[in-house]
Design a protein around this ligand. Structure first.
Ligand code: SF4
Length: 421
């Protein structure tokens, strides 16, 4: 699968960098959860010092290859860009990507001796890797527990059309080489599973499980979970799905899997079936536009009622037309079923993409009603010396927010172990 977005040419990057106003208060940088010094790296493009630009970004952000490609800039840096008041925001993410595409990770990195003790990091995704890098730079020995592939969701699931394998492997290889003392592929379900002399623990498992659809027919053959499909395709395998696919959901995962299935076989019909309207879709605007560009269709205000089957295999889905009522606890208008409005959509496969849920691991630490781990301002859980961050604390979020948590937790762990600020 070809990557959709092309990197900026030198001319395009220079013209874009020239548009930057170099705001002294840099609202872009404040809006970036990792506080990347954006005006500085844009300046490096103008002066032709891309290596310098890479070092500026890398200093603030360990996962710069992934964020140069998959960061939802319209929700962070570019949403605050002053230039938007004149014409349009600076293409900050694409300039970030321009730098990472034209430079390589540093070699022979100089790091302080790793002699301050081992820290256990449970989960090798963005939060865990960011925490490991910060801790290693402060002289600690991060030991990462990861039973799947280092890199987490971006490495295992994000479509190769948005984040090619060779790019993510370049990033993970660099982080593993310099900042991770050891990787253990053991399954960690409780703190008591972690034997050994770890000075502190950082839980960054992410959200492993997918929510299930509670309607008749979900056990039919031809019913799938979205992230399962994304992992299969990201690993280079064919999804194995048929010609008429219904994707249930309205978030980034739903729109991503729909695009991936359409790109895998453009002769397919792939329809996103969502119980609210276009405005209520939770997916990022750019993802929705890319899905429409590759031919994905949307069935709005349609509530799944029952998955129908023949000979144990999916034949379609019955949905009820809805209208939007008063806002519910999510703050969004609630989809109210319209009486006698059921209709049938013939399908070969149904893909469920209605969200993720926390696993019931780590019974020792306090959780909220959604099963997410509770932490204080220092990212410490209810158990002293045990910290947590990323999606297992925030719920489904973004790579850059997980990176921000990993950085913050690393500083808090050092403060906890060494006292002082
Ligand atoms: S807010 Fe926009 S114009 Fe201002 S420094 Fe950041 S990128 Fe440049």
């Amino acid at each position: 699968m070809e990557e959709i977005e092309k990197t900026l040419t030198k001319e395009q990057a220079l013209i874009e960098a020239e548009r930057c106003l170099y705001c002294y208060d840099a609202p872009c940088e404040k809006a970036c959860p990792a506080h990347v010094p954006i005006p500085e790296f844009i300046q490096s493009i103008r002066s032709g010092d891309l290596r310098g630009g890479r070092e500026i970004i890398e200093e603030a952000h360990p996962l710069i290859e992934s964020c140069g490609r998959i960061c939802p800039e319209e929700s962070f840096c570019q949403s605050a860009c002053t230039r938007a008041q004149i014409d349009s925001p600076i293409k900050i993410r694409e300039l970030h990507r321009y730098i990472t595409d034209h430079t390589d990770p540093a070699e022979n990195l100089e790091l302080p001796p790793a002699n301050k003790g081992k820290i256990a990091i449970i989960g090798g995704g963005p939060a865990g890797l960011a925490c490991a890098r910060e801790l290693r730079r402060m002289g600690y020995e991060p030991v990462v527990f990861e039973k799947k592939q280092l890199g987490g969701v971006p490495a295992q699931e994000i479509s190769p059309t948005r984040f090619p394998r060779e790019i993510e492997q370049k990033e993970v290889k660099f982080l593993h080489q310099y900042f991770i003392t050891d990787v253990k592929d053991g399954k960690v379900k409780s703190l008591s599973d972690i034997k050994g002399d770890y000075k502190a623990i950082f839980i960054a498992t992410g959200l492993i499980n997918e929510l299930d659809l509670d309607i008749p027919g979900v056990s039919l053959s031809g019913v799938h979970h979205a992230r399962e499909i994304l992992r299969r395709v990201k690993a280079g395998n064919n999804s194995g799905l048929g010609k008429r696919i219904g994707v249930i959901g309205g978030g980034n995962v739903a729109v991503e899997v729909a695009s991936v299935l359409m790109l895998e076989d453009p002769k397919r019909d792939v329809e996103v079936i969502y119980r609210r309207g276009l405005k209520e879709l939770k997916a990022f605007k750019k993802e929705i536009e890319e899905a429409i560009d590759v031919g994905v269709t949307f069935q709005f205000l349609a509530i799944p009622k029952e998955i129908k089957g023949e000979n144990g295999k999916v034949s379609g889905i019955v949905v009820t037309r809805a209208h939007l009522g008063e806002p519910d606890e999510s703050g969004r208008r609630h989809p109210e079923p319209i009486p006698n409005s059921n209709f049938f959509i013939p399908l070969s496969d149904v893909v469920i993409a209605i969200g993720q849920k926390a696993s019931d691991f780590f019974p020792e630490v306090e959780k909220d009603r959604k099963g997410l781990i509770k932490v204080n301002d220092d990212m410490m859980t209810s158990v002293k010396g045990v910290f947590a961050g990323g999606d297992i604390v925030r719920g489904a979020s973004t790579v850059v927010e997980s990176v921000a948590d990993g950085k913050k937790a690393a500083k808090a762990i050092v403060k906890f172990l060494e006292g002082g600020e």
